[in-house]
Every structure is written in structure tokens, then in C-alpha cells.
Write a protein that binds this ligand. Structure first.
Ligand SMILES: NC(=O)c1ccc[n+]([C@@H]2O[C@H](COP(=O)([O-])OP(=O)(O)OC[C@H]3O[C@@H](n4cnc5c(N)ncnc54)[C@H](O)[C@@H]3O)[C@@H](O)[C@H]2O)c1
Length: 259
């Protein structure tokens, strides 16, 4: 594919949360937004992750880099303060994070613990609402918020377990945020990528079976990659998509339309 794209996001400022390594969907988004001309803010989870993420952020010329663990009180607020001081505004936010304790993730939904469910919901869903609340006042000229979901939100995907209801809540949160933020010109895009081999995905039981099934089911006959997600999000962030909001956008080679 020709990966040269027009600078449709020139002058825009984008916060990307969720880069762990070069396989992360967030890294594909950061690369595509940069290629489309946006300035970037990139976060890492903690000091251990920093060693991997900082060189990627440098390679992308990120103007702002910072730690962010959404479970640590005050870190989100500090990040948005930093962005306000440095940029004074924000145009796009990519939330590409999820977490569930492994034992809860690998148990069936019936057997996950209340604590595990609450933790997964907090990191993977409620943190998006907190980010939207902090981002909105900085989106003085409108903007776009992205959250990564998965088909398991809409239909049962074996082994997706508690993440199914968590992603369903995330998609519903996107619709309600689209409704509440629409008057401010802020669009909200729940994105549903097909499966990709990333660190988070490999925590799912029998993930390779999910990959095989996805490739076989997709009318386009191929798995998607992180740049497919990145470029689609860059388009959605641009003025060309200015009347699209709230809808789940599947980036899955069409797999979701096949029974
Ligand atoms: N890989 C897939 O097949 C696939 C498909 C559809 C959707 N998704 C979703 O895409 C998103 C990104 O996942 P990925 O597949 O790129 O994997 P990844 O492991 O590269 O990214 C997950 C990110 O979540 C971050 N994270 C976890 N807990 C956090 C916390 N407390 N605070 C801040 N960040 C935290 C990690 O640091 C990591 O950067 C997730 O929401 C995932 O559910 C993945």
C-alpha cells in the first residue's frame, strides 16, 4: 500500500494513549496521525514501559511525552495540565488501552471476580470517560475522540469473556459522549478493529484461533494491521469525516457483515 498521505491533519494536536511497543494499535495511530501532519503527545504506562516507548515517541517527533497509568490518581489530570500549558488546546485523543487481570480474563464471565470486572471496566472503559471530560475543554475548535473496541462487544466471541461486556459498555459510552459533546463540535468514534497480534491480545486464550477465523471470515480475505486502523482513524479525525460521530466503525476486512 502507498503509505504517503496528504497532510489532512496539519496543525492538529493529537494525544495518543496506549503505545506499549511497535506492535501496538496506538503506535499505528500515532504513525498515521503524524504522517497526516498532526503534532503528537505520547504516553507510557510506567518506567519499565518507558524504555520501549520513548524511542518510538522520539522517532515520531512527539512534542509531548509523559507517563500515564490511568489507575494512578492525579496522573490524568497532570497530563492534561501539561498539554494545556504546552499546546493550549487539543484536537484529537486516541484511547487505545485495555486491561483485565489474567485469571479473570481467562475465566468465563460467570467466574470472573467482582474486583477483576471492576478493574477491567475502570481501565478499559471509565478511563475513556475521564479523558473525554478533561479533553473537551481543550477542544476549543471541536475535535475527535477515539476508543478501541472489538466485535466481542456486539456478538459472543469465544474466549473474549468479561471483555465482551466491558467493550459493550465502552461502545455505549461512546454513543452517549457523542450525544453530550456533539454540540461542542466534538465527535466520538468507537473503532472495532479485527484481531491483531499485540501484547494485549496474546493474553486471550487461543488467540491464534481468533486470528485464523478472522482471516477466513473477512470478505477481503486478509487480517488487518495497525496501519489500517491508524489511517482509518486519521481520516475520521479529518474534516472529511466532519458529520460522522457515535457510530462503531469496523476495520476488519468486512468480517462483521458475514454470519
Ligand atoms: N489486538 C487486537 O486484536 C485488538 C482488536 C480490537 C481491539 N483491541 C483493543 O485495542 C486497544 C489496544 O490494544 P493493543 O492490541 O494495541 O495491545 P497493546 O498491549 O499494545 O496495548 C494495550 C495498552 O494498554 C495500556 N494500559 C494497560 N493498562 C493501563 C493503565 N492502567 N493505564 C494506562 N495504560 C494502560 C498498556 O500500557 C498498553 O500500551 C485495547 O483497547 C484493545 O482491547 C485490540
Amino acid at each position: 500500500m502507498n503509505e504517503q498521505i496528504q497532510p489532512i491533519l496539519a496543525g492538529r494536536k493529537t494525544l495518543v494513549v496506549g503505545v506499549a511497543n511497535e506492535h501496538s494499535i496506538a503506535y499505528g495511530c500515532a504513525k498515521a496521525f503524524r504522517a497526516a501532519g498532526s503534532e503528537l503527545a505520547v504516553t507510557w504506562l510506567n518506567e519499565k514501559a518507558r524504555a520501549c516507548v520513548e524511542p518510538l515517541a522520539t522517532e515520531l517527533g512527539a512534542a509531548i511525552t509523559a507517563p500515564l497509568d490511568v489507575s494512578e490518581p492525579g496522573q490524568l489530570e497532570a497530563l492534561f495540565d501539561h498539554i494545556r500549558q504546552r499546546w493550549g488546546r487539543l484536537d484529537n485523543l486516541v484511547h487505545s488501552i485495555a486491561f483485565a487481570p489474567k485469571a479473570d480474563l481467562q475465566a468465563g464471565l460467570l467466574d470472573c471476580s467482582a474486583e477483576g470486572f471492576a478493574k477491567a471496566m475502570d481501565v478499559s472503559c471509565h478511563s475513556f470517560i475521564r479523558m473525554a471530560k478533561l479533553a473537551a475543554p481543550l477542544m476549543t475548535e471541536g475535535g475527535a475522540l477515539f476508543a478501541m473496541s472489538y466485535y466481542g462487544a456486539q456478538r459472543v466471541v469465544p474466549n473474549y469473556n468479561l471483555m465482551g461486556p466491558v467493550k459493550a459498555a465502552l461502545e455505549a459510552a461512546c454513543r452517549y459522549l457523542a450525544y453530550e459533546l456533539g454540540p461542542a463540535g466534538i465527535r466520538v468514534h468507537p473503532i472495532s478493529p479485527g484481531p491483531m497480534k499485540t501484547r494485549a491480545a496474546t493474553a486471550l486464550k487461543d488467540f491464534d484461533l481468533m486470528l485464523n477465523a478472522a482471516a477466513q471470515k473477512a470478505p477481503l480475505g486478509e487480517l488487518v494491521d495497525i496501519m489500517d486502523v491508524g489511517f482509518a482513524c486519521a481520516y475520521l479525525a479529518s474534516d472529511f469525516a466532519r458529520r460522522i460521530t457515535g457510530d462503531v466503525v469496523h476495520i476488519d476486512g468486512g468480517a462483521n457483515v458475514v454470519a
